[in-house]
Write a protein that binds this ligand. Structure first.
Ligand SMILES: Nc1ncnc2c1ncn2[C@@H]1O[C@H](COP(=O)(O)OP(=O)(O)OP(=O)(O)O)[C@@H](O)[C@H]1O
Ligand SMILES: [Mg+2]
Length: 454
């Protein structure tokens, strides 16, 4: 007889594996306290290296600070570690969705033009929220977009996100992931260690995803950065010298400049099923020049989305993020020897945000601030182990449960059907500092978002 499914933190019973990324295994579980299903993401060795620690702190902080938008997955819980002073694994509990968009694209599931429009509307709506908060997602790709059979979409995986007001010169961790996610990178971000980029990079990625929904394969599957650039230019045409010089990256400028002159491809032939409106929008999102590329607000204002915009609006305004929430990045950049301890303390503070009733105990156990020191133990050491083991290959529970989730079957999406599920709210704009270019783009987003809310 199969062993009973493991239970995490006394409340989350493992049911199946939902997906796996480069950093986390994500499992569906039943939450006996709230009586619904959740997604539990386990990330290993969180505090072993700076890059990993930064990734997880970013994911947790952005998720916590930016809660409250329907098109962004919600972080519900961050589990207490067994021992505050030595823990390495972290468990994040999110709202669950049955599937991600890469699985849909790679399946036989039919995607009609209504489905594509509604998916893109929600993706841009989620992006508008992030961009109005001055946050760049930086890792948009189909596997980071969660969907269900009502065609609802939520952006997930904020591990590479970044506040636009941070201006650290180099972001080592981000560039170590550059090989994995090249296909969706905007021209100004294709080369390693580019620094001259803005929220427009996410619109490029969204444009690639828009195209992929029609093609059912990636638009620019570059083998290396040169191949990536060649493929992009083949579709968009070679940009003029002014656009090239604005790339402000010597080797990228040289690479683009040496490409043979080429007019843009015939987009209508490449996307025979796309309408004139769809092609126009796609071209605006896949504009080589980030200054001319559409913003999220520009795209949402397109007549293509009129029906959805009228029934759902563009969603709430985000909160203002503060620089102090991202000080840890400065410490990491400085390679301060005490940085790892500081990151552990910061991680514990984040955990405490989700456990207000045990905050004193938690901060005390970690030796943070004025809290009285206590033992580092918070719960039985094997509380997490059984669940964690089940997420690893070869385990009985995993074998038993590793059934593929049924793919959603998309029907026609009716605005009235969704309106009842998604609230329409309004709000004020955030105030924050940004470099001139980013500020101009944010301005455009904000003005348009306001106009749409009026
Ligand atoms: N809340 C959720 N509901 C359902 N499935 C999810 C959820 N979160 C993640 N998944 C699934 O797990 C996969 C991995 O999750 P996620 O992207 O967060 O992990 P990662 O290791 O950070 O990924 P990456 O390889 O993109 O860096 C997703 O592609 C998706 O299939
Ligand atoms: Mg991912």
């Amino acid at each position: 007889m199969a062993a009973p499914a493991p239970v995490l933190a006394g409340r989350y019973t493992l049911s199946s594996i939902l997906g796996e990324g480069a950093y986390g295994v994500v499992a569906a579980a039943f939450d006996s306290v709230k009586g619904d299903k959740v997604a539990v993401k386990r990330i290993r060795s969180v505090l072993e290296t700076y890059p990993m620690a930064v990734r997880i702190l970013r994911e947790v902080k952005f998720n916590r600070l930016l809660r409250g938008h329907e098109n962004l997955v919600q972080l519900r819980d961050l589990l207490l570690p067994s021992d505050v002073r030595t823990f390495q694994d972290t468990f994040l509990v999110f709202d669950v969705m049955p599937c991600d968009l890469s699985k849909v694209i790679n399946s036989q599931a039919r995607l009609n033009s209504d489905n594509i429009k509604f998916l893109m509307f929600q993706l841009l709506r989620g992006l508008l929220y992030l961009h109005r908060a001055d946050v760049l997602h930086r890792d948009l790709k189909p596997s980071n977009l969660l969907v269900d059979s009502d065609c609802l979409l939520k952006i997930c995986d904020l591990g590479l996100a970044r506040a636009a007001f941070r201006t650290d010169e180099d972001d080592v961790y981000f560039w170590t992931t550059y090989v994995q996610t090249r296909w969706y990178r905007a021209p100004e971000l294709v080369m390693p260690h580019s620094t001259n980029y803005t929220t427009a990079i996410d619109i490029w990625a969204a444009g690639c995803i828009f195209a992929e929904l029609f093609l059912r394969r990636p638009l620019f599957p570059g083998k290396d950065h040169e191949d990536q650039v060649r493929r992009i230019i083949r579709l968009t045409g070679k940009p003029g010298p002014d656009v090239i010089s604005r790339l402000r990256h010597t080797s990228m400028e040289a690479l683009v400049a040496k490409q043979p002159p080429s007019p843009p491809l015939d987009w209508a032939r490449l996307f025979p099923k796309a309408t004139v409106e769809e092609l126009q929008l796609m071209r605006g999102m896949l504009e080589f020049d980030p200054l001319k590329r559409l913003t999220a607000a520009d795209a949402l204002r397109h007549p293509y989305f009129a029906e959805w915009r009228e029934s759902l609006g563009v969603g709430p305004a985000p909160p203002v993020l503060e620089a102090k929430d991202f000080e840890f990045e400065t410490r990491v950049a400085a390679r301060n020897p005490a940085a790892m301890d500081a990151i552990r303390a910061e991680m514990v503070s984040e955990i405490a945000e989700f456990h207000p009733d045990r905050k004193e105990e938690l901060l005390g156990a970690a030796g943070i601030g004025a809290h009285p020191p206590s033992s580092g133990h918070l719960q039985a050491p094997d509380q997490h182990k059984e669940f964690s083991d089940a997420l690893d290959g070869g385990n009985e529970v995993r074998k038993r449960n590793n059934l593929t989730m049924p793919l959603p079957v998309f029907g026609r999406v009716a605005a009235s059907q969704v309106r009842s599920q998604v609230g329409v709210r309004s709000g004020t704009l955030p105030e924050s500092q940004m470099a001139a270019l980013a500020a101009a783009q944010r301005e455009r987003n904000s003005r348009a978002a306001d106009a749409m809310q009026d």
